[in-house]
Design a protein around this ligand. Structure first.
Ligand SMILES: Cc1cc2nc3c(=O)[nH]c(=O)nc-3n(C[C@H](O)[C@H](O)[C@H](O)COP(=O)(O)OP(=O)(O)OC[C@H]3O[C@@H](n4cnc5c(N)ncnc54)[C@H](O)[C@@H]3O)c2cc1C
Length: 373
């Protein structure tokens, strides 16, 4: 694929993470899916390569641009969406509010090790009865004697079983959501059951409950929770689009290679028009999704509001990834259905990109509301 508008620096970042993905991530991707566990060594290596501090300005991070970050995420996702999902959680949501708002001792103890991958961060927003409708959350934080204490039930918390710090969204008033940092070991903090998932299986997820658990600090202004979340929402959507592009590319490349080597009726199956149509549609969808994602990132870097463009990119890239992974399975037929080939994993993993960063239904609704407003 031609990288028409990328700078030398962006291409270097892409190449560094491509090399990491090929040499370290791809060889263990299938095993991590079969026997899910947190990919601790890969996580530390990603930290060494600077992934977790890319989006933060010096002295905390390197202040790399959004395009560079997305290229890095896409390369890791091409090898393993599980590993990429765990890493991108750390580099955005798991550390964002801490980098932005934590002060003093908490910041000193946690931020630098988190950006090296030694301290793992999780974000607790979703609740059993509050998914897309986050504002309906019931987790509460109450201040007593100058200390905030959190009570409530969170679910679908990525990296929770191994996390050292939890960024928790909680109600501090009827119409008020605030953000808190709760550290591992806080009394009343309990990691609940693991959620056994269809895909992204090495990106561990579980329930987390808080029973009058003391917060280490409030992150940001009281009541500014949803507004602060909106500040990184576009980036979360674009990061999810990059995850989708990575897994989609992997599926396309595998299907193309297989179609050239698999012989039926005395010729390679890539010579059949029906198979060619799949390959052409896959490639076209991916190029369109990639152009849309990079354009949305580029416009955001120019200071343009990317609410609409990031929604379109995330919607299109994730739906395209499903289509591409599904077509890859069709091209490979029974071998696309077999565990010994990775395409069935790609299809399972890709479904995550339909959900994280806002479901397709929610994004379509937001886009349409913007159009008819
Ligand atoms: C692998 C994985 C990791 C995750 N990690 C985290 C994490 O680390 N931290 C965290 O807080 N959360 C996490 N989540 C949760 C995720 O953010 C939520 O699953 C997501 O917000 C959707 O919520 P829900 O699953 O409860 O679906 P619901 O909101 O219940 O939606 C169910 C269906 O209704 C549709 N729907 C809902 N509202 C509307 C509407 N207004 N218009 C049209 N359709 C609508 C949805 O599109 C969907 O089809 C994770 C989820 C997954 C799958």
């Amino acid at each position: 694929m031609l990288d028409f508008s990328l700078t030398e620096e962006q291409l270097t970042v892409r190449d560094v993470f491509r090399a990491f993905a090929e040499s370290d991530v791809r060889p263990v991707a299938a095993e991590l899916d079969r026997n899910p566990r947190f990919p601790a060594e890969l996580f530390l290596r990603a930290g060494e390569l600077g992934l977790f501090g890319m989006r933060y300005p010096p002295p905390d991070g390197t202040g790399a641009d959004l395009l560079s970050y997305l290229l890095a995420v896409e390369e890791i996702a091409r090898a393993s969406l599980s590993v990429a999902a765990a890493c991108s959680m750390q580099s955005l949501m798991g550390t964002f509010f801490i980098q932005r708002s934590a002060q003093g001792d908490v910041r000193e103890r946690l931020l630098a090790p988190a950006l090296r991958g030694e301290v793992i961060g999780a974000i607790c927003m979703t609740e059993p009865d509050a998914g897309s409708d986050l504002f309906s959350m019931t987790t509460r934080a109450v201040e007593t004697k100058g200390e905030w204490r959190v009570t409530g039930q969170k679910t679908w918390v990525t990296s929770a079983p191994v996390a050292h710090m939890f960024t928790v969204f909680a109600r501090t008033g009827e119409q008020e959501i605030s953000i808190f940092l709760v550290e591992k070991g806080a009394p009343g903090l309990q990691i609940g059951r693991d959620i056994d998932k269809m895909g992204v299986r090495a990106s561990l997820t579980s329930e987390v409950s808080f029973d009058d658990a003391p917060a280490a600090c409030m992150l940001g202004e009281r009541g500014a929770g949803m507004e602060s979340l909106r500040e990184i929402l576009c980036e979360i959507r674009l990061m999810t689009a990059a995850l989708a592009l990575g897994v989609g590319r992997a599926a396309f490349e595998d299907a193309l290679a297989y179609s050239k080597q698999r012989q039926q009726f005395g010729r390679p199956i890539c010579e059949f028009q029906a198979v060619q149509a799949h390959l052409a549609e896959m490639r076209t969808g991916l190029e369109a999704a990639r152009s849309l994602t990079l354009w949305a990132a580029w416009s955001s870097m120019q200071g343009v509001d990317s609410n609409e463009s990031s929604s379109m990119a995330k919607l299109f890239a994730s739906e395209t990834a499903i289509d591409v992974c599904d077509r890859a399975c069709r091209v490979m037929a029974s071998y696309g259905y077999a565990k010994e080939y990775p395409v069935e994993r790609y299809l399972r993993d890709a479904r995550f990109t339909l959900i994280g960063g806002g479901t397709s239904e929610i994004l379509r609704g937001n886009l349409a509301r913007g159009l008819v407003r």
